[in-house]
Ligand binder design. Structure first.
Ligand code: SF4
Length: 212
């Protein structure tokens, strides 16, 4: 179950500590920065509830330790990276102002991977926007998008993807990513991109390599 205050997207609140599922040092497997060394911070909590989600263990904030922004900065400073990627769960369920202000002291670029389902917070160098039909994005995301990544499970998702393109800047890189559990989605995307060259194929190369 989510905390009561986390359910209400009209009430962003100031966080000093964050429920953390995991932190790890790896290589970004997808999108524009694929192949780059990065430190990942995975926050708990998501009520978007995509049926094919491969991170269902992140939906609840229960049983995860609360780490302060300073503690997370100390973890980052132990490793050698130029990119910090804040992901989830749905990270915008939390107010990220304090966390991102603190992490700026690391000197690394700050990225977020979000469905945009909650009002935007925090200060980022790169915003990966992955909108979901299961919880319509908050309008505050659209001016901030650095790249668009839409997971495709069926043909209706392609219509959804095009509807989101209309709301972002025209020069934003756009990826269609197969739903990992549906092999048919690969062929659907392949054929669609042949007809719609503004899109790129988005692959989860970390899954192909068997790493996080
Ligand atoms: S938004 Fe992300 S974490 Fe939340 S249910 Fe969908 S895929 Fe899973």
């Amino acid at each position: 179950m989510l905390l009561e205050q986390e359910k209400d997207n009209k009430k962003p609140f100031f966080n000093t500590a964050y429920p953390i599922v995991e932190t790890f040092h790896s290589i970004q497997g997808e999108g524009f920065w694929a192949g780059y060394n990065a430190f990942f911070i995975r926050l708990a909590g998501c009520d978007v509830h995509c049926p094919w989600c491969d991170q269902k263990e992140t939906w609840s904030t229960k049983n995860y330790p609360l780490l302060t922004a300073e503690k997370l900065l100390a973890l980052v400073q132990k490793i050698n990276t130029e990119h910090i990627i804040i992901t989830g769960g749905e990270p915008l369920l939390h107010n990220l102002d304090n966390l991102t202000q603190t992490l700026q002291n690391s000197g690394a670029k700050l990225h977020i991977e979000t469905s945009g389902a909650y009002p935007f917070s925090g200060y980022f160098d790169w915003v990966t926007f992955s909108p979901k039909t299961y919880k319509i994005p908050h309008e505050s995301i659209y001016d901030r998008v650095s790249e668009l990544k839409v997971v495709i499970d069926n043909e209706e998702d392609l219509i959804w993807a095009e509807s989101q393109v209309k709301k972002i800047k025209s020069n934003v890189p756009k990826y269609l990513q197969p739903q990992w559990n549906n092999p048919d989605s690969q062929e659907l995307i392949f054929q669609y991109i042949l007809q719609n060259p503004q899109w790129r194929l988005g692959l989860q190369t970390h899954k192909l390599l068997g790493v996080r």
